[in-house]
Ligand binder design. Sequence first.
Ligand SMILES: Cc1ncc(C[n+]2csc(CCOP(=O)(O)OP(=O)(O)O)c2C)c(N)n1
Length: 396
Amino acid sequence: MDFPGGCVPFTTELKFVGGHFSTDVPPMSCYRTLDSVGDALQEADTPWGLDEEQAVRIYRAMVGLQTMDGVFYDSQRQGRFSFYITSAGEEATAVGSAAALAPADVVFAQYREQGVLLYRGFSFLDFAHQCFGNAQEPGKGRQMPIHYGSAELNFHTISSPLATQLPHAVGAAYALKLEARQAVVAVYFGEGAASEGDFHAAANFAATLGAPVLFICRNNGWAISTPATEQYRGDGIAGRGPSYGIPSVRVDGGDARAVYNATAAARDIALRHGGPVLIEAMSYRSGHHSTSDDSSRYRTATEMAVWRARDPAARFRRLLDAAGWWDDGREQALRQATRREVVAALGKAQRVPKASLDAMFADVYAEVPWHLAEQQAEVAEHLRRHPGAWPDIPLQ
Ligand SMILES: Cc1ncc(C[n+]2csc(CCOP(=O)(O)OP(=O)(O)O)c2C)c(N)n1
């Protein structure tokens, strides 16, 4: 039996391995380079060490993300648009990993990874257009806010049903492999999404096809109000990787340098060995799940405060300060300029008209099928009977 599992030594000892009550398989440790306040544990000894330019770019993106999240969140609460999701606590996971990818690498995200897009060059105005669902955004307002996408930035449009991005990402990575391109796919997902069957199908297909895909799990402890302790009994998400034959690592997701190093190393493995790598970034969600959630209903204010004090941007700034790459003057100037830019972007996007109602029926089929044609006629009839009912939406 010369296939895996068939060519192992025999034993006379009847022994079961692992399981939630067993201690014979120790949990994977968590790689970090900064402690919880940001003091360097030791110089990161990797071939991908961050230089000043990269480190400052990462920090600027994290500050941009926090500023945008703060202003957009408040705008949603004022009723200016319908929905928003922040990255609080997980900034370093998105931005640190994005910094280790090449522009040609293809990204499939879940929805809490706007830091990847920001790092790649999506502007505050691009984000604002999408959240207002106006005529300037590529989806023409046919999606909820936060469903960003950008063909130019190799970022596939967010899809609401959890985990569907995982098998798609594996297919895209397999295509890159067949075309012999020196690029990988990075697919992001939460530990909650990893309970979907799609995660398991994607992991097994990626391993057996040798698809160069980086599975980047943001384990933030919660899937809305469901704690991670109700999602699995094994060693988190990273613990699943080796059983699929996927090299896996657990990393401190609040340490941007650790996430950067782990992603750079994972990318290198994926390209050299032609196969998937799994990264589990432990990064507590210190904000609410979304603007539709009030997390004080299921966790304590103390728990949230403890995690806010470990702000990933503040931790990374200590590293910049220690290297002499940053100071209070630059900090103040950046925060003020960024806030002005974000507020201006929101104001501008809010004034852009919505796409025409006809756009709702376009762009999917080469020829509009009969059932959509019927619906389009119904909309036209409704508008004829109620002229002026939708004053802010152009009809054509
Ligand atoms: C298939 C499916 N089931 C349920 C939902 C509703 N839903 C949206 S987000 C979410 C929690 C996801 O948690 P996790 O994957 O851990 O990501 P996080 O929000 O914590 O970043 C749920 C249940 C959905 N969008 N899709």
